[in-house]
Design a protein around this ligand. Structure first.
Ligand code: GLN
Length: 199
């Protein structure tokens, strides 16, 4: 089985490791650049993207992450992890860096404050079965995407209808929401298939 790492600087690391463990892949926490050589795929968890960005710089991980993304390492980012994968961000802090890789502009905290966290059903293109019960916690949305980026999930109803909340570009995947917290392993399953070259 492939080995999938979880970037362990900050955020809901354990939850991702648990979901991956249930899918029969090998897992490991990634805190050092050399550990990136030992994984076939990487998840960047939810958390706080400004803190994660600062820690990535401090741990000398920002450039190695960019290098591996550039070389085609499959990476899946949830929420703060989505922000980390965005080429451009809105409402970031002045010094906030991202790994980048996905040609998109992401707006931080777009859905409102922590107290305005909510769940919504989101249909994901290419995922069999019911829509995903998506949990948004101070979540970003995708404001715009480039020509090589595919929107695979949008909010379907309410005043946020049409907002892009899941995207894919080649071997990179990102969601505004947190499937690691809601017990639906299908998006992680899609990512495992991407790592195996089967999706
Ligand atoms: N609002 C957070 C940020 O900007 C992301 C929240 C999350 O990951 N649940 O990084």
């Amino acid at each position: 089985p492939p080995t999938i790492g979880v970037l362990a600087l900050q955020g809901d690391i354990a939850e991702h490791l648990r979901v991956l463990g249930g899918l029969g892949v090998r897992t490991r926490s990634v805190l050092r650049a050399d550990q990136l050589d030992d994984v076939d795929g990487l998840i960047i968890p939810g958390g706080e993207s400004t803190t994660m960005s600062k820690l990535a710089v401090r741990y000398d991980l920002m450039d190695p992450l960019r290098k591996h993304v550039g070389e085609g390492l499959p990476v899946y980012g949830t929420c703060a992890g989505m922000i980390m994968l965005a080429d451009r961000i809105l409402d970031g802090t002045a010094d906030q860096q991202t790994v980048g890789g996905i040609d998109m502009t992401v707006r931080r905290n777009a859905f409102g404050r922590q107290s305005e966290s909510f769940e919504a059903q989101v249909g994901i293109d290419g995922l069999a079965g019911d829509p995903v019960e998506a949990l948004f916690i101070r979540a970003p949305w995708v404001e715009s995407i480039g020509t090589d980026t595919v929107a695979i999930g949008q909010v379907s109803s309410g005043d946020r209808a049409g907002r892009i909340v899941a995207v894919r570009q080649g071997s990179l995947l990102a969601t505004s929401f947190h499937p690691e917290l809601t017990g639906d392993a299908r998006i992680h399953g899609l990512f495992v298939d991407m790592v195996k070259g089967q999706a």
